[in-house]
Design a protein around this ligand. Structure first.
Ligand code: VG1
Ligand code: CO
Length: 543
């Protein structure tokens, strides 16, 4: 086993987005593409000699190839130990937990989340820091700078490791421990939630379907829901991870989980349906007859978290990403706890969680989580819902409608325009920015603008700032239109339009969402001309 220094040339496109570097597999397969990026990450870190690095991914195509490279580069750079999930698997929240539990220096999470996998699909690499969360922008910016000038990388030339065998091997002077990807995570969930109450719920005949979408949560869900909580075998469907996610799209939304949704809307359907994405950090929650929007789910989990043992003393505060609806704000207000509005992406929650200022965080994109790890956590959200249902002894539908009756309802939808030409998308955003100053006080389609800006954020813990995080236009009646460009796409540009309108406790809570937001949808088009300028007649995805 010899340590080698290999000459290389920079790639211009290794700029991490909202959640690490995501590209087509074909891009990652270029010579030295993975090596350059991983070496650039290590070049921006200090003090890891002899320390532990956690590595794991969602099992998609190219996962193992990239892991073998990462281990050998880590060994050559002087890490003391790598902890890697068996067969290269670790869900994103499980990786976050392993980093924290074993006090690792950091971790590499290999995933393109909800994007399709396989040779024609996407791949991704993300670096997480010692708190278990995604590296902050100061690090991701430095990594990108480094990728632009990299000239060489270090690697140990050695045979591939056996990632299937639990136990310890060595590469150069570094030890590599292959660990059970599920055990520590299942243990953590058992500490947080009332497993006895959830067991009783299942033994009382409560029925559930969990769709793992052939992605990483299969083994976690089998162990926790079926083995530990006693849900009948067959509760977990599509529970074996596959490199191309069964040729499917591991995005837990109403488009890709339509069959489950349809089953849940039947009067004799299951009581509860849930799903998670490629890397296990997102969640979809549907009760019989009631889909729970992610923004509402955040508010509901925050309002009811005290029913689970880990949060029985109450929560310190709530944080949500800017485009997420203000439903959670009403819970924070009523409880008199802190509320924070951050840019999109979990990396902005880390400081608030570390400082103990917030306990629960969430995003409209089906991500919710708490201070138990530093990533959003799909199964955590499912288990907290089950814990709440078990204690309240009510259906999801009853819990949601009671919540609206107490707090009012924030109607909410997101319209995505995918694979738009980058030039067109940039021009739309630039033109909107140019208009913002003149908007307050004007009327658009009958609604008066009260404020308009491009969201900037100052982190209250370390004072770091982030700019140009999305255009938000707020109207006098409290309704809101937000437009931003995705930072996770791999082809062209994706424009996201977020629409929201509040209906007070005594108002109408049972309108169809797109109908309830018809005025906001038209306002967004008048302002941005997205449909006109992209030639699209409708969004690619509505959530
Ligand atoms: C999207 C979501 C964002 C989420 C991010 C990563 O980012 O909008 O809320 O944090 O994906 O989630 P963007 O920049 O495309 O809007 V995951 O599950 O893809 O790691
Ligand atoms: Co994800």
């Amino acid at each position: 086993m010899t340590k080698k220094t290999i000459e290389t040339k920079p790639y211009p496109d290794q700029k991490p987005g909202t959640s690490g570097l995501r590209k087509r597999v074909k891009v990652y397969q270029q010579p030295n593409y993975v090596e350059n990026y991983i070496q650039s990450i290590f070049d921006c870190l200090e003090g890891f000699e002899g320390k532990t690095l956690v590595i794991g991914g969602d099992g998609r195509f190219y996962n193992e190839t990239a892991i073998q490279k990462a281990i050998k580069i880590a060994a050559a750079n002087g890490f003391g130990k790598v902890l890697v999930g068996q067969n290269g698997l670790l869900s994103t929240p499980a990786a976050s937990n392993i980093i924290r539990r074993y006090e690792a220096f950091g971790g590499l999470v290999l995933s393109a989340s909800h994007n399709p996998g396989g040779p024609e699909g996407d791949f991704g690499i993300k670096y997480n820091v010692a708190n278990g969360g995604p590296a902050p922008e100061r690090i991701t910016d430095a990594v990108f700078q480094r990728t632009q000038v990299i000239e060489q990388y270090q690697i140990i030339e050695a045979p591939d490791l056996d990632l299937g065998a639990i136990g310890t091997q060595t590469v150069g002077e570094m030890s590599v421990e292959v660990i059970d990807p599920v055990a520590d995570y299942a243990e953590l969930m058992a500490e947080l939630f009332d497993f006895d109450a959830i067991c009783d719920l299942f033994s009382s005949g409560f029925t559930m379907t969990f769709d793992a979408l052939h992605a990483v949560t299969g083994p976690y869900a089998h162990e926790i829901l079926e083995n530990r909580l006693g849900a009948p075998a067959g509760t977990v469907v599509n529970g074996t991870p596959s490199p191309d996610f069964g040729n499917g799209h591991p995005d837990p939304n109403l488009v890709y989980c339509k069959d489950m949704y349809d089953a849940l809307m039947q009067p004799d359907g299951p009581d509860f349906g849930a799903a998670s994405d490629g890397d296990g950090d997102r969640n979809l929650i549907i009760g019989r007859g009631r889909f729970v929007t992610p923004s509402d789910s955040l508010a509901l989990l925050a309002a009811n978290a005290h029913l689970a043992p880990a949060y029985s003393k109450g929560i310190a505060g709530i944080a949500r990403s800017m485009p997420t609806s203000a439903a959670a704000d009403r819970v924070a207000e009523k409880r008199g706890i802190e509320m924070h509005e951050t840019p999109t992406g979990w990396k902005f929650f880390g400081n608030l969680l570390d400082a103990g200022r917030v306990t629960i965080c969430g995003e409209e994109s089906a991500g919710t989580g708490s201070d138990h790890v530093r990533e959003k956590d799909g199964l955590w959200a499912v288990l907290l819902w089950l814990n709440i249902v078990a204690v309240r002894k009510q259906s999801v539908d009853e819990i949601v409608t009671e919540h609206w009756a107490a707090y009012g309802r924030n109607y909410y939808t997101r319209h995505d325009y995918e694979e738009v030409e980058s030039d067109v998308a940039n021009a739309i955003m630039d033109d909107l920015r140019g208009k913002l100053d003149g908007l307050p006080g004007t009327q658009i389609n009958g609604a008066e603008v009260s404020s308009a800006d491009d969201f900037s954020y100052t982190d209250p813990v370390d004072g770091s700032t982030a700019h140009k995080q999305g255009i938000r236009i707020v109207f006098k009646d409290g309704s809101r239109v937000v437009i931003r460009m995705s930072g996770t796409g791999t082809v062209g540009a994706t424009l996201r339009v977020y629409l929201e309108r509040y209906e007070p406790p005594a108002g109408q809570h049972d309108l169809e969402t797109q109908t309830a937001l018809a005025q906001q949808i038209e306002i967004a088009e008048s302002l941005s001309q997205i449909r006109a300028r992209t030639g699209r007649t409708s969004p690619s995805v509505i959530t």
